[in-house]
Write a protein that binds this ligand. Sequence first.
Ligand code: SF4
Length: 75
Amino acid sequence: MAKARIDRETCIGCGACWALCPDFFEQNSDDGKSQVVEKYRVGGNLAEGEIPAELLNDVKSAADGCPVQAITVEE
Ligand code: SF4
């Protein structure tokens, strides 16, 4: 299954990823940066998730649209 990683150090909390793909990304309420929604996290890691097939295109678009290239998708 494809995986996504968010470099939360690099993320500037612009909101583009969760606007585009709210089923996978959301805003962390403490630091305002992006995190993976709980159901798709790998080992409870906020910054890493398994991407369900139906969300793959949207997650890739979010990665392409991130202004600081903080999202990496591995297929
Ligand atoms: S699009 Fe990039 S910079 Fe913006 S909130 Fe998402 S990961 Fe952070």
